[in-house]
Design a protein around this ligand. Structure first.
Ligand SMILES: [Cu+2]
Length: 501
């Protein structure tokens, strides 16, 4: 998660995004949407449900309505080195935003349970597909094997099938890597990811560790915020591709929830952008965001900022210190005014209510946890990946290809340190994500970056480029890299990398 630098000066490319091109994209969206709507009506006809509107308490000047108190997803915690979880993938009734809706969930709840584990634990997930379309499971950011029944996105769990995943979470400091952090799980089946994830199939996966024990972080109350941009139609059925200006932002399945804090109190917020195509330009009125982690990586030192851009798939952890008594809006500020289709208005997310007796703020930590700086590393191989868009018909491509799970796009030697230039020739930002191995951002638009941590997802600006370095450690096998705008991934902006011994 990095902030974009200025764009490289380059000739203005021809703007190939035409109204006709957009219409094509929309027509595909409508096609998918109508399939969902049909299935949704069938589900609705199966039984009446109570409709309940979200309780409201007061009005916040920044975000409008202040909703009910934020509720965290249920927590499932490992014991004796193991955690077993049963997830039933469903398209059916759920309560989201205090409203009975028809959507994609695990076990009827959006988001799914929060899984808490220790380094070295094993995680077993029994995934049962109760939908009429295929699915599977990805543990986003986890440094685990991509093979067999581990983080293998080539597995297809067909309707009616059950698949038993087993993930061996490495001990901390495996290959010098810091393993603990904030991960998340979600479906990753090509062609189906966007709807299933934005419908609500997503959950937090937390591996506990050394960052949690640092002074100024330990003993600090913690919140998990799984943020998803979704929209439902008048019948409560999830809309596949909602309009950005009427989209709703849900936090843990609630709309505009309220969080409480005492003036001066410190809280730790673990935030996941589990949206399919909505960026979060996060800002909390009257407060700084004291960032301590990016994706599942601790920063080398605390980074205090007024706003943080969180692309789809990215996570941050921040410390918040409660301001004077009052109601403060957590929102996504307007973003991308110069962009044609990705431009976003201000989007209200939640409210922070500061009240009660003031406490003296604890000192913020400064130095956190160091990482290996790959700027000094010897590079074994350099590659270039070009992210492009074509119109008529609309296509999203990497190196002129759409995804083919039977084609190996990059063959990497186990243990290699590589440098990849990610070039975006399109007018859309594309959040780049690679499975299994994190990377360090070295340059954005030709300007060097003094990174605070490694990451597993980072946005490539429109007509921009990002230079990354990564080490392909521990795990031979096939996995993928892709755009984390999930409708782009579904349309083929994804490639296969195979790590060979
Ligand atoms: Cu994309």
């Amino acid at each position: 998660m990095v902030e974009p630098g200025p764009l490289i000066a380059r000739p203005e490319p021809a703007r190939r995004v035409t109204p006709a091109g957009r219409a094509h994209r929309l027509s595909r969206r409508r096609m998918l949407g109508s399939a969902v709507a049909t299935a949704g009506l069938a589900a609705l006809s199966q039984g009446a449900r109570t409709v309940r509107s979200a309780p409201t308490r007061q009005t916040s000047p920044g975000s409008g309505v202040v909703g009910a108190t934020l509720v965290e997803p249920p927590v499932l915690r490992s014991a004796d080195g193991h955690l077993d979880v049963a997830l039933e993938a469903q398209f059916g009734p759920a309560m989201i935003g205090g409203r009975a809706v028809t959507t994609y969930t695990y076990n009827g709840h959006a988001p799914g349970p929060t899984l808490r584990l220790q380094p070295g634990d094993s995680l077993g997930v029994t995934l049962t597909n109760q939908m009429d379309q295929p699915t599977n499971l990805h543990t986003h950011g986890l440094h685990v094997s991509p093979a067999g029944n581990s983080d293998n996105v080539f597995v297809h769990v067909m309707p009616g099938e059950t698949f038993a995943y087993e993930y061996a979470i490495p001990p901390d400091n495996t290959s010098g890597l810091y393993i603990p952090g904030l991960y998340w799980y979600h479906p990753h089946l090509h062609g189906y990811s966007s709807d299933q994830v934005s419908g609500g199939m997503a959950g937090a996966l937390i591996v506990e560790g050394a960052l949690d024990a640092l002074p100024g972080i330990r003993d600090v109350p913690e919140r998990v915020l799984v943020i998803q941009a979704t929209q439902f139609d008048a019948d409560g059925v999830m809309i596949s591709f909602p309009k950005m200006d009427v989209i709703d932002i849900f936090v843990n399945g609630q709309i505009h929830p309220a969080m409480e804090i005492a003036p001066g109190e410190t809280q730790r917020w673990r935030i996941i952008n589990a949206s399919s195509f909505t960026f979060l330009n996060l800002a909390l009125d009257g407060h700084q965001l004291h960032q301590i982690a990016s994706d599942a990586n601790p920063l080398r030192e605390v980074r205090s900022r007024d706003q943080i851009l969180l692309a789809t798939g990215e996570r941050i952890e921040v410390l918040i210190q409660g301001g004077p008594e009052g109601v403060y809006a957590l929102q996504s500020l307007p973003w991308g005014a110069d962009l044609e289709f990705q431009a976003q208005p201000a989007l209200p997310i939640a409210s922070l209510i500061s009240s009660g007796p003031a406490v003296t703020p604890e000192p913020l930590p400064t130095t956190l946890i160091p990482f290996e700086d790959l700027r000094q590393a010897m590079i074994d191989k350099r590659r270039e990946l070009i992210f492009s868009e074509e119109m008529k018909p609309f296509e999203v491509l990497i190196n002129s290809h759409t995804f083919d799970e039977d084609r190996i796009d990059q063959t990497v030697k186990l243990g290699a340190t590589e440098e990849w230039l990610l070039r975006n020739t399109s007018p859309d930002w594309h959040p780049f994500h690679i499975h299994v191995n994190d990377f360090q951002v070295i340059e954005i638009n030709g300007e060097s970056v003094d990174a605070y941590s490694w990451e597993d997802t980072t946005p490539i600006p429109a007509f921009g480029e990002v230079l990354i370095r990564s080490r392909f450690l521990d795990f031979p096998g096939k996995f993928v890299y892709h755009c984390h705008l999930l409708d782009h991934e579904d349309q083929g902006m994804m490639g296969v990398v195979e790590v060979v011994e």
